[in-house]
Design a protein around this ligand. Structure first.
Ligand SMILES: C[S@@+](CC[C@H](N)C(=O)[O-])C[C@H]1O[C@@H](n2cnc3c(N)ncnc32)[C@H](O)[C@@H]1O
Length: 290
């Protein structure tokens, strides 16, 4: 059996004239080149189901025609990349990171803010914002009065993602009330309001965050360095050279003693280890300046 036949057999009910092995390969090349996302052949069905509505909306009769279109039209290509991202996330995901942040970093960051200094954090690959708000609420803490005083100080969270649809949800800062269940009660009492089945993040917390569309593989317009970077469950879609380049760039964007959190199945490897020291499971601290 040749490769094209094997590919067609793995997609029952889909005509190879509409979506064939060549089309899949062209799409996975584009996803890799543009966003670093690796799509092995086992993802052929997923690619089909994510892109079929866009193929239809674009008026293309086949994936082959659609490939030509996204090669030519940047805006259509961006839509395709967004559709190929996986945006699964939830509040307090990998809660040990927020415990670590609360116990190991928060006290000194609060001291700095109270002394008039600045705190900068980055939720890189923030998806629909649950990670960003979890971090912001943890920094402000359960005491609303003290947290409101902190929120007025020089504290910002950059929250970035390549997927604009996810960022739209993040900016709206409205979720199903049940989505907030993993948030410690005292924090959700202080920083969220619930209206029936919907919950909303408090305006003071929202004011701390800036959501931006940013491809982690592209240029980074940020000038200053960060005290804390969360980049979790993003690099799982990348290959080793892409991951190593990315963590080296993160290391360069951290303040001396700044901290990088990565996802539970991710590790820092490669040249970044010259700068980053593991300080806990999936937690890395940038070496202080010599
Ligand atoms: C599974 S979500 C992780 C969300 C959150 N960090 C968490 O751990 O729950 C992965 C996110 O990475 C984003 N992403 C994938 N490739 C990207 C790239 N090249 N640049 C920026 N974001 C990217 C996706 O759009 C998606 O929202």
């Amino acid at each position: 059996m040749n490769i094209a036949t094997a590919f067609a057999d793995s997609l029952p009910g889909i005509s190879p004239d509409v979506y064939g092995a060549e089309d899949f390969r062209a799409i996975s090349d584009i996803a890799y080149r543009e966003a670093g996302i690796v799509l092995p052949e086992g993802k052929a069905m997923l690619v089909y189901s994510r892109l079929a509505p866009l193929v239809r909306d674009s008026g293309c009769a086949t994936f082959g025609a659609y490939v030509l279109r996204i090669r030519e039209v940047g805006e259509e290509r961006q839509k395709a990349i967004c559709a190929l991202t996986t945006n699964h996330t939830f509040f307090y995901r990998e809660s040990h990171h927020f415990d670590h942040f609360r116990d190991s970093l928060r006290p000194q960051l609060i001291r700095r803010l109270e002394q008039g200094g600045a705190v900068r954090m980055w939720s890189a690959g923030c998806s629909s914002g649950e990670e960003t708000w979890s971090l912001a609420m943890t920094l402000l803490g359960p005491d609303r009065t003290a947290g409101l005083a902190l929120a007025k100080r020089d504290v910002r969270i950059l929250a970035s993602d390549i997927a604009t649809h996810a960022l739209n949800k993040a900016t709206a800062a409205r979720y199903r009330a049940e989505d907030l269940k993993p948030v410690p009660d005292a924090l959700s009492r202080a920083w969220t309001t619930t209206h029936g089945e919907e919950a909303e993040i408090a305006p003071e917390v929202r004011a701390m965050a800036r959501f931006r569309t940013l491809n982690l593989l592209g240029e980074w317009p940020m000038q200053g360095r960060f005290d804390v970077i969360f980049c979790r469950n993003v690099m799982i879609y990348f290959d080793t050279p892409t991951k190593e380049r990315l963590v080296a760039r993160f290391a360069g964007m951290l303040q001396p003693d700044g901290t990088l959190y990565v996802g539970h199945s991710e590790r820092v490897t490669g040249p970044a280890l010259d700068l980053l020291v593991p300080t806990g499971p999936t937690v890395y601290r940038r070496r202080a300046a010599a």
